[in-house]
Design a protein around this ligand. Structure first.
Ligand SMILES: NC(=O)c1ccc[n+]([C@@H]2O[C@H](COP(=O)([O-])OP(=O)(O)OC[C@H]3O[C@@H](n4cnc5c(N)ncnc54)[C@H](O)[C@@H]3O)[C@@H](O)[C@H]2O)c1
Length: 441
């Protein structure tokens, strides 16, 4: 079934969106402030240089499915759905400039005053979480005098295309994200994207807005990481192509969701040591690798957050569940849990620790040496009984995934403040009358 669609903003995103939706059989009206862009599209020419766009525009123009105007009211009154693709550039200080978003919402709102049928507004521009809720919806409601849900709907539908391959990216998206407050609204977009091969995710406005930034930040990190790896490898006389081929072949730990779930700081006998060694070598070579250099400070900052969370409760007695750097191991070397205990003791907190796998009597070798150097009296804080540790605790710090859910629930009281550092699965999170908080979720 074809729909009537208006697309506001005929830059890269808007032109490709308008072109591809017309290609899929919809009747599309492009809208822009630039008369040159409007005239080009109205004449069946592409307003910009991008592979495949010119041909698709002339096909849809010939089929009378693609038009353009500079009149927003005409566009809204002659469409059921409006895609917002206006620019959201940076201001000089880095702040996101919403100077095009608000005016376009006002224009659409004013046109909606004159419209009888339901209208869906789809926010496709990249905006920070909260923009749909605090700017787009209120501006539309104020300028139209209409109500969200009743007279119009809003969806957040971020664009993942890359310039140069924009048409292919649009027509074969890896995923499609639809943020909406009402499944009736997301249902309209689902229908529009029914040909899309990837999975369609329906989520909240804020998640849809955030996911676009997470993707772009991740892509930027990947590029910078690869460039720093290459820079170091070149100086060390290493064939970086061979290294990257092997590195990317590991789809279990390297190119995979592993380690991407927010949780506690990393530790153990390898990661901190090896990151330190790489940075030291880079410094010896006079290489400035800011991304590598920022890894350990970022990890330390995360430990600081955990310390602050416990201190902010204002409570004295802390029950710590988990001491080794990872569940099902007794390795305490560079465990951030050990560092957390040390810091909290220094702040005058009383701590009892439970860890099923750690018993001072059994620690040997470098593991024992580490703990004797860092925090020799830790043995006196350890208990083998979870219930005993929680009995006197006011704050419970969950620092291991190796917990028995039922045993934990059986020992927790409503007055316990629970701080989760390990991101327990939703089903395992204890319901302690709102006193549960995750370190970064
Ligand atoms: N360029 C990309 O590859 C890409 C990819 C994904 C997402 N995005 C995001 O999509 C959005 C658009 O990016 P772009 O590169 O297409 O921007 P752009 O600057 O190329 O184009 C924006 C267009 O909007 C028009 N415009 C501004 N106010 C208007 C109004 N009131 N009515 C009608 N038209 C109006 C401008 O004249 C301009 O032609 C941005 O938020 C961007 O971050 C861009």
């Amino acid at each position: 079934m074809s729909s009537s669609i208006s697309v506001f903003g005929l830059g890269y995103v808007g032109t490709v969106t308008a072109t591809c939706l017309a290609h899929k059989g919809h009747n599309v009206i492009g809208v822009d402030l630039s008369l040159a862009k409007v005239e080009a599209m109205q004449a069946g020419r592409s307003p910009l240089v991008e592979p495949r766009v010119g041909n698709l525009i002339s096909e849809s123009h010939a089929a009378d499915r693609l038009h353009a105007t500079s009149d927003p009211e005409y566009a809204v009154l002659n469409s059921e759905i409006s895609f917002l693709c206006v620019g959201t550039p940076s201001l000089r200080n880095g702040k996101l400039d919403l100077g095009h978003i608000e005016p376009v919402c006002r224009e659409i709102g004013q046109a909606l005053k004159k419209k009888n049928g339901f209208h869906l507004v789809v926010l496709r521009s990249t905006v920070l979480p909260g923009t749909a809720e605090t700017i787009v919806v209120p501006t539309l409601e104020k300028s139209s005098g209409r109500t969200l849900g009743q007279d119009f709907g809003v969806c957040v539908n971020p664009e993942f295309m890359r310039e140069g391959t924009a048409v292919a990216d649009f027509l074969e998206p890896a995923v499609t994200v639809i943020g909406a407050a009402d499944s009736k609204h997301s249902g309209v977009l689902r229908e529009i994207y029914k040909w899309a091969p990837g999975r369609i995710f329906e989520t909240s406005f804020r998640s849809a807005e955030m996911v676009k930034y997470v993707c772009n930040a991740w892509h930027a990190v990947k590029i910078s990481f690869a460039n720093e790896v290459g820079t170091l490898a070149k100086e060390l006389g290493v064939d970086v192509e061979a290294v990257v081929e092997i590195f990317t072949a590991d789809t279990k730990l390297n190119i995979s969701p592993t380690y991407l779930k927010p949780g506690f700081a990393f530790g153990g006998s390898c990661l901190p040591k090896d990151v330190r060694a790489l940075n030291y070598r880079a410094r010896e070579l006079d290489l400035n690798l800011p991304l590598f250099q920022s890894i350990l400070p970022s990890n330390d900052e995360h430990l600081d957050r955990a310390v602050e969370m416990v201190l902010e409760t204002g409570k004295k007695k802390v029950g710590m569940l988990g001491l080794s750097f990872k569940a099902a191991t007794d390795d305490l070397r560079e465990s951030p849990q050990v560092q957390l205990v040390k810091r909290l003791l220094g702040e005058g907190r009383q701590i009892r620790i439970w860890d099923d796998n750690v018993s001072m009597g059994h620690l040997i070798g470098s593991n024992r040496q580490y703990i004797e150097e860092v925090i020799p009296h830790i043995g006196s804080l350890l208990s083998t009984s979870l219930s005993e540790v929680l009995k006197d605790a006011e704050v419970v710090v969950i620092a291991t995934r190796g917990l028995d859910d039922d045993e934990l629930r059986g020992c927790l009281r409503p007055d316990h403040i629970v701080i989760d550092l390990v991101n327990l699965e939703r089903g395992s999170q204890p319901a302690t009358s709102g006193n549960y908080e995750g370190i970064c979720w």
